[in-house]
Design a protein around this ligand. Sequence first.
Ligand SMILES: Cc1cc2nc3c(=O)[nH]c(=O)nc-3n(C[C@H](O)[C@H](O)[C@H](O)COP(=O)(O)OP(=O)(O)OC[C@H]3O[C@@H](n4cnc5c(N)ncnc54)[C@H](O)[C@@H]3O)c2cc1C
Length: 444
Amino acid sequence: MKVGIIGAGLAGLAAGLELADRGHDVEVLERRPWAGGATYSFDDDETGDEVDNGQHLFMECTTAYRAFLERLGTLHLTYRQERLRVPVYDEDGRRSELWASNLPLGLHLAPALLRYKHLSWRQKAEIVRAMLALQFMPVHQRWRLEHISFEEWLLERGQSADTIREYWDFLVIPTLNCRAHQASASQALFVLEEGFQKSPSAAALAVPAVGLSKLHVEPAIRAIEERGGKVSMRAGVERIEVEEGQVAALVLRGDERRTCDAYVSALAPWRLAPLLPEEVRSEGPFAGLAEFEPAPILNLHLWFDRPVADFPFAAFIRSEVQWAFNRSRLGGEAETAGQRLVLSISAPGELFSLGQEEVCERVLPQLRRALPAASEAELVRYRVTKEPEATFVPAPGLSRPGARTPLRNFFLAGSYTDTGWPATMESAVRSGLAAARAVEAGGA
Ligand SMILES: Cc1cc2nc3c(=O)[nH]c(=O)nc-3n(C[C@H](O)[C@H](O)[C@H](O)COP(=O)(O)OP(=O)(O)OC[C@H]3O[C@@H](n4cnc5c(N)ncnc54)[C@H](O)[C@@H]3O)c2cc1C
């Protein structure tokens, strides 16, 4: 079968590889001159260092993304923990740790919580109450989780405002790229259950040791090409032509066309909707595309003249720094000559609208306050990367479409589809595989 896939992000590449592997004639069409979508790297023009458009991490429980890397033969190019362990600094540099112990599931986080210095005993008691409520939640209560915010759920379980801000938001912001009041309870609790309630090692973190393009973009393109497929850059689709209940062709710039047996959209929902004919946009799952709202992520890349951090990565509480990744250590570079840190700032709010210099002027002092070694070091270079459409907001009531559509030969992939996972690499890969299976099984 000839299959046209729109978008060479992770979802499009995963769908393309799966279909090419199953012997189909695949072409992945990408609008930009490079592939990878929300995950790519480029060389910094001054230092020549490989810089990601945004720092990514994944957890041990993200099995589809890990299997994807295994399939590409690049899983070894990641730094992987056996168990969760993260240093957490407060705004004044007091360090504490969150880690998963060897105790049985259910108790494995207890020692860390007991010793954790950044929360009071009252806050810890509140957290235990909420976790128990989640563990023993009656099935009949689950139906409403999709319709209420995580904050509402937490308030119902006696969580105070400071516990929501200093613990629950601390967990939710980097995983869902929004705050507890914006996320549906079901999406936030899904992440907590996957990470903390299924296996003691599920929340172990993994970070790419090389740029994202080397880790999965270039190897995926190579693998598709080796199987006879094609990934075409600067091949943006401008219109999807529909005739008699199915897609008839994809129209590219300059009226270039692609006619295939089946088509997969691996676009963000807000990118897909405008390509569809007006009369189709209100049909079935297409009507819901307008409900998805993009959310930004900002990264501040810092080059210091000497080592400032003794960790591979760390989290920060009561600070806009959020998370710092020691790219020099993660990349296996000698750190004596200097150190490169990347600060990953999710749900950045008004910080996102500031210029590079203003972002650095505002965030760097916060890092220096929390990490005194950074105050003594000279900042040699900095740059800011901004992604305005990094993820979607998993708002209450959002209806995520499956792979099938009312158009017989047209299928949906993308991290926003109904994989259960939030907007992650895991969701993107799962969605690509689901769309490939749906293509093989045939349409509506
Ligand atoms: C800065 C940042 C940090 C993140 N951190 C993490 C993290 O730590 N862990 C994690 O798991 N996830 C993280 N994510 C989210 C994750 O990267 C995404 O959820 C995932 O990569 C989305 O993949 P996708 O293929 O669904 O969509 P996309 O990556 O958006 O791919 C869509 C592709 O379609 C192309 N396209 C658009 N319009 C057209 C057109 N008309 N014709 C052809 N092509 C078109 C785009 O150029 C793009 O390449 C982060 C994202 C960002 C941006």
